[in-house]
Design a protein around this ligand. Structure first.
Ligand SMILES: CC(C)(COP(=O)(O)OP(=O)(O)OC[C@H]1O[C@@H](n2cnc3c(N)ncnc32)[C@H](O)[C@@H]1OP(=O)(O)O)[C@@H](O)C(=O)NCCC(=O)NCCS
Length: 194
């Protein structure tokens, strides 16, 4: 059955799938401690780009955040996905499909990596798997990546994963340091990139 027009709450969406080295799954109650540990390890790298990283969260705050993400996943209002290393079970980072338009089947993906797993291709691997998940399970027509134009590592992920740069929105947002930032918009659309 085509998903177009269906209330997304009725959709059966797998909560877990795999890539070569990762288990990619919806957050579960109890994931807060692992998320908190990864954020604390990575806070200096996260701070310039992620507005929520301006202060170190407590374990309880991370658990609240994970539980809220789980509820949003079940409501289909935001599909956060945590990335776990298959071999060790450690949390590698966080990604997901956000700011969706279920009518148009548009999704935005975002990501951060735990610092000890940076530079090893895990995020590119996750973005490719999540993009395929969106295409196959959610009938995506468009998947978008937005990043601060100064965030070269993030732009590299988009480009390495075969996204096309559509444009740059000038002075579009306040960056974490209070400066105005330009935003690079990348996408993959049905009929062109897939
Ligand atoms: C943006 C961010 C997720 C990118 O992480 P990353 O580790 O550079 O990305 P990947 O996991 O895809 O790794 C790519 C790197 O691994 C290398 N690599 C090693 N093995 C690889 C493999 N099998 N496949 C692909 N790349 C591989 C690549 O050459 C690349 O190295 P380089 O940075 O020296 O060019 C990370 O910098 C981050 O979390 N930043 C803070 C949060 C943030 O900015 N998020 C994005 C907001 S828009």
């Amino acid at each position: 059955m085509s998903l177009t027009g269906m209330n997304p709450i009725l959709m059966t969406i797998p909560e877990s799938f795999e890539s070569e080295r990762l288990i990619i799954r919806a957050p579960l109650y109890g994931d807060g401690a692992a998320v908190n540990e990864a954020i604390i390890e990575s806070i200096e790298e996260l701070r310039p780009w992620m507005p929520w990283a301006n202060k170190i969260p407590t374990i309880e705050e991370s658990e609240i955040n994970v539980r809220q993400s789980r509820l949003e996943f079940l409501e289909r209002t935001d599909l956060r996905l945590l990335l776990f290393h298959k071999e060790t079970g450690r949390l590698v980072g966080s990604s997901g499909l956000h700011r969706m338009d279920w009518q148009a089947r548009n999704f935005e993906t975002g990501y951060w990596v735990r610092t000890s797993y940076e530079g090893q291709g895990y995020i590119t691997e996750a973005v490719e798997a999540i993009t395929n998940f969106a295409i196959q399970e959610l009938e995506a027509n468009r998947i978008e990546i937005r990043c601060d134009a100064r965030n070269k590592r993030s732009a590299n992920v988009a480009e390495r994963s075969g996204f096309t740069l559509e444009g740059i929105l000038r002075s579009e947002k306040r960056a974490a340091d209070g400066s105005l930032r330009d935003t690079r918009i990348y996408s993959k659309v049905r009929g062109v990139e897939f």
